[in-house]
Design a protein around this ligand. Structure first.
Ligand SMILES: *Cc1c(COP(=O)(O)O)cnc(C)c1O
Length: 489
C-alpha cells in the first residue's frame, strides 16, 4: 500500500512509514492511501475477532511496509490491559438506537482510540527507516487531542511533544488534565486565541523554512498527532467495523443489513473514518454529520459552499468549535480524484476563507444537522429522564441530529459517543437540573456521580490534587519562538 498527498500532481508516492513520520506532506496536502482496500464483511471469521485481532486485520491492509509481527505488537500494546477501563461499548439507548461509547480510554475521550496506537506506529516507522533523529510532535488541540496525545507520547524515547490549546476555549477539566501532565518530554502551552488560530500556527510551522533549517542542523524531525496524520486517522476506521460486527453478534442485525452512523464532527476526522469504512464495504446506510453552532460543515454539505467568513462561537461542545476542518481535504480528494482541483480549492480557502463546489457532489454523500446549546441541554435531559442514559454535550449534538434525521425505529442507528459526561460535567449537570449555584468542577464531579450512580473515570478522579506543571501562555504569533526555545535551536 502506497500513500500520496491530496495535492500531489506528480505521483510522488511514499510508503506508510514516510507518511506517518512526516504528518503533513511537503506540498501541505494530506496523505491518503492510493486505493481504498476492500473488506469482505461477510467473512465469518470476523465475528470471532476481538478488538485487537480486528485492528491487526484492518491495519495490515493499510500498512504493508511494517513486519506483520510489529503491527501485532503495536495493537497489543495499544489495546491491551493498559488502554483504560474497557476498549469501547455499544449501548442500546432505546429501540433502533445505540450509543457507540468510545471514551473508556485513559483520558476519557474517543481520541484515545487512535492516539494510543500512534506512538507505536511512529516508533516503528523510525526503526523501519533507520531514523536516528529526535521527533517533535507538534499538536493543536480543541481540548481532547492534547491530553490524549500527551498521555500516549509521555516518556517515549526519542520523541518530544508540544501541545497548543486555546487558553479560554476548553473545559476546566480538560485544562486541568493538560496542565498537570507528567512526563519528561511533554510541553503544554495556552494560546490567546481559538482552536483555528492554534491549528493555523502549527500548519505554518510545518511549512516554515527557518524552522526546517534549524531542525535539520540539530537532527530534529517534525510530525503531528492531529488527524492530519494518516497514522492518527486510520485506526478510527476500526471501531466502525467493530461496532457493526458487535450488532451482528448480538443478533440485533443480520450481516449485510445497513446501519446509520451519526457522528459529532469537528475536524472531520472521525466521520471521514466512517466514510472510509463504508467505501471499504461496511454496510453503512446514511452517515450523518452532526455540528454545533459552528455549522460550516452543515452549510457545506447542503450548499457546496465552504465559508469560514463568519463569527466563531464558543459553545458547550467545545471540542467541535472549529471552522477549518482539515480532513475535508481528504473527502474532496476522494470525490474529485483531481489533486489540481483540491490544491486550488485549499489555497483559495487559505487565502480568502471560502470556496464553492457543485452541491450535488456532496449532498448525497452525507446527511447533516446542527444543534444549538439549548437543544444540547434538552437532548441530555431527555435521554437521561426517558431512557436513563447519560451523555456528554458532544454526544448530545449527535443524538439531536439523530432525532432530526427522522430515521424509523425499524432502522438501526448508532450515535457515536465521543467523550465521558464527566469531562463536561458542569454543562451535563445543568442539563439534568442538578447544578447548584457556586459549585466548582470538582464538586460537580461528585454530584454527577452521586445522582447518576456512575463512577468518575480514573483519570479525572484525582485531578484536583495533582500538581500544575505547565503554565506558559502565548499569542499565536509567538508559537514559533516558543518552539525554538523548547528545542534549543
Ligand atoms: C475531537 C472531538 C470531536 C470531533 O472529532 P473530529 O474527528 O475532529 O471531527 C467530537 N467530540 C469530542 C468529544 C472530541 O474530542
Amino acid at each position: 500500500m502506497r500513500y500520496k498527498s491530496t495535492r500531489d500532481m506528480y505521483s510522488k508516492e511514499v510508503d506508510f512509514s514516510n507518511a506517518v513520520l512526516r504528518g503533513l506532506a511537503l506540498d501541505k496536502g494530506l496523505y491518503e492511501p492510493v486505493e481504498i482496500p476492500h473488506l469482505d464483511i461477510k467473512n465469518p471469521s470476523f465475528l470471532d475477532m476481538d478488538y485487537i485481532e480486528l485492528s491487526y486485520d484492518i491495519l495490515s491492509k493499510f500498512i504493508s511496509d511494517f513486519e506483520k509481527e510489529d503491527i501485532k505488537k503495536a495493537v497489543e500494546s495499544s489495546y491491551g490491559q493498559g488502554f483504560g477501563e474497557k476498549i469501547l461499548d455499544v449501548v442500546n439507548i432505546k429501540e433502533g438506537i445505540y450509543s457507540l461509547e468510545l471514551f473508556h480510554g485513559k483520558t476519557s475521550a474517543f481520541k484515545d482510540m487512535a492516539l494510543s496506537l500512534l506512538p507505536h506506529l511512529i516508533v516503528n516507522a523510525k526503526k523501519k527507516r533507520q531514523v536516528t533523529s529526535e521527533t517533535l510532535i507538534l499538536t493543536a488541540t480543541s481540548g481532547d487531542t492534547g491530553k490524549a496525545a500527551l498521555e500516549a507520547f509521555k516518556d517515549v524515547d526519542g520523541i518530544k511533544i508540544i501541545v497548543f490549546y486555546p487558553v479560554d476555549g476548553v473545559s476546566e477539566i480538560q485544562k486541568r488534565q493538560m496542565v498537570t501532565q507528567e512526563g519528561n518530554n511533554t510541553y503544554v502551552i495556552g494560546i490567546e486565541g481559538n482552536f483555528d488560530d492554534a491549528q493555523r500556527g502549527v500548519k505554518e510551522i510545518f511549512a516554515d523554512d527557518e524552522i526546517k533549517g534549524l531542525f535539520e542542523k540539530k537532527n530534529i524531525e517534525l510530525s503531528s498527532a492531529n488527524s492530519i496524520n494518516i497514522g492518527r486517522f486510520l485506526p478510527q476506521i476500526i471501531y466502525y467495523v467493530y461496532s457493526y460486527l458487535e450488532l451482528v453478534r448480538r443478533k440485533d442485525i443480520s450481516i449485510g443489513e445497513k446501519v446509520n452512523y451519526i457522528v459529532p464532527t469537528g475536524n472531520f476526522g472521525n466521520i471521514l473514518a466512517c466514510y472510509y469504512a463504508k467505501l471499504m464495504g461496511l454496510p453503512v446506510g446514511e452517515i450523518v454529520c452532526a455540528s454545533n453552532e459552528n455549522k460550516v460543515l452543515v452549510d457545506f454539505l447542503n450548499s457546496g459552499k465552504y465559508d469560514t467568513r463568519r463569527e466563531f462561537k464558543k459553545t458547550n461542545s467545545p471540542s467541535m468549535d472549529i471552522l477549518v476542518s482539515s480532513n475535508v481535504e481528504r473527502f474532496l480528494s476522494n470525490i474529485f480524484k483531481d489533486p489540481v482541483r483540491v490544491k486550488s480549492l485549499m489555497e483559495k480557502l487559505a487565502d480568502e476563507g471560502w470556496y464553492e463546489i457543485d452541491s450535488k457532489l456532496v449532498k448525497n454523500e452525507m446527511g447533516s444537522y446542527f444543534t444549538n446549546e439549548e437543544e444540547v441541554r434538552k437532548s441530555i435531559r431527555e435521554a437521561y429522564e426517558n431512557y436513563g442514559y447519560l451523555m456528554d454535550t458532544h454526544t448530545a449534538v449527535a443524538y439531536d441530529a439523530y432525532k432530526k434525521s427522522g430515521f424509523s425505529s425499524g432502522e438501526k442507528s448508532v450515535v457515536v459517543s465521543t467523550a465521558s459526561p464527566f469531562k463536561f460535567v458542569k454543562d451535563v449537570l445543568k442539563s439534568i437540573g442538578e447544578y447548584e449555584d457556586g459549585m466548582d468542577e470538582f464538586e460537580c464531579l461528585d454530584k454527577l456521580s452521586k445522582v447518576s450512580g456512575l463512577q468518575i473515570p480514573n483519570g479525572i478522579a484525582g485531578l484536583e490534587s495533582k500538581e500544575i506543571r505547565h503554565q506558559s501562555v502565548c499569542r499565536p504569533g509567538d508559537m514559533k519562538e516558543m518552539i525554538k526555545t523548547i528545542m534549543s535551536v
